[in-house]
Design a protein around this ligand. Structure first.
Ligand SMILES: *[C@@H]1O[C@H](CO)[C@@H](O)[C@H](O)[C@H]1NC(C)=O
Ligand SMILES: *[C@@H]1O[C@H](CO)[C@@H](O)[C@H](O)[C@H]1NC(C)=O
Ligand SMILES: *[C@@H]1O[C@H](CO)[C@@H](O)[C@H](O)[C@H]1NC(C)=O
Length: 303
């Protein structure tokens, strides 16, 4: 396999979906307490539109923005540098932008400068590529299914699930609350035999498509880097597909996951140089459009 192309429609609807979220420079000194940044700003990486039009070359599904806003963060869209059709995790603008931020995050964290990174779905797959330097994904029958999480022993000491209520953990383990829209997965067999991935990520949950067992949630041992192959943002905010769960526990999953990542973002003291620069960069400068009738997303931002 030399390239993985995920896009299936103009907004590459169901089988993929992305998102690496990065903490960008944020907040302002007057709002910083000694140990917490109460004005976190999170960068969300835009993704190439499959068949671009003038001024519509990249997009972000609004559900990722709502996800973060619901937990007290503001969002800045991160534009990709080289728009072009299709989204590959080895050769797209998305990949190049993800690599830049991943490397900045590793560097910053090494210096004790907190810089959290999150990958959802394609973002999760992208993280496996950035960490190991190779494509290590297996084809799975997982495009459009909600699953319970099979938690690993390590989940008990994890950072990601520490704040989740016991009741919600029990629901996650027994009810199909995590929505999967991917055709590629990190097989546990691959993870177990890949030294880079094994030394870098702690596996928090696994799933299976009936055939192949794959890693569905991980966090890095030594860095604030997190990934879910499933979509925590969809339960509360996306309605176009019948397999997206909307039960009270499903919606709480959206919120507790956002709460976790935004609380990580509050540990980051990166910020814009000025209020003006921050204001210019915020996603509030753009309007989402309704796309629910023709795509998997209710609303998207186009850039
Ligand atoms: C693209 O955006 C620019 C800047 O906002 C605007 O001046 C231009 O008219 C737009 N082009 C099209 C084809 O919409
Ligand atoms: C894929 O999984 C679905 C259930 O999610 C199942 O109905 C279908 O038969 C599976 N397809 C194959 C080729 O295994
Ligand atoms: C959870 O994963 C373990 C380890 O692979 C496996 O032995 C067990 O059968 C799985 N449980 C379920 C409910 O799938």
């Amino acid at each position: 396999m030399t390239s993985l192309t995920y896009a299936t429609s103009r907004f590459s609807s169901r089988n993929m979906l992305l998102l690496l979220l990065f903490i960008l420079p944020s907040g302002l000194p007057m709002y910083l307490s000694a140990d917490r940044n109460e004005r976190p700003v999170i960068g969300v990486l835009a993704q190439e539109v499959y068949s671009p039009k003038p001024n519509q070359t990249a997009y972000i599904a609004a559900s990722y923005v709502k996800f973060l806003e619901a937990a007290g963060a503001r969002v800045v869209p991160v534009m990709i540098l080289y728009p072009g059709g299709g989204v590959s995790i080895v050769s797209s603008g998305y990949e190049r932008a993800a690599k830049i931020f991943y490397e900045l995050a590793i560097e910053a964290n090494k210096k004790g400068d907190y810089f959290p990174v999150w990958g959802t779905c394609l973002g999760f797959e992208q993280l496996t590529y950035l960490t190991s330097g190779k494509l290590s994904l297996s084809h799975t029958n997982t495009s459009g299914v909600a699953l319970p999480l099979n938690f690993s022993e390590d989940v008990k000491g994890s950072r990601m699930f520490k704040g989740f209520p016991a009741e919600l953990m029990a629901a996650l383990a027994s009810e199909p609350l995590t929505e999967n829209s991917h055709q590629w997965s990190l097989a546990t067999l691959t993870y177990n035999t890949n030294e880079e991935l094994k030394n870098f990520y702690r596996v928090l949950s696994i799933n299976t498509d009936g055939n192949i067992e794959f890693v569905s949630t991980f966090e890095a041992y030594d860095y604030p880097i997190y990934g879910t192959q499933w979509h925590p943002e969809k339960n509360a905010f996306e309605w176009t597909r019948p397999y997206i769960p909307h039960s009270p526990s499903a919606v709480k999953t959206t919120f507790y996951m956002a709460e976790f990542f935004v609380s990580e973002a509050r540990k980051s003291f990166h910020r814009f140089e000025s209020v003006e620069e921050e204001n210019k960069a915020l996603i509030y400068n753009y309007n989402p459009v309704y796309t629910g009738a023709t795509s998997a997303f209710e609303q998207i931002y186009l850039f």
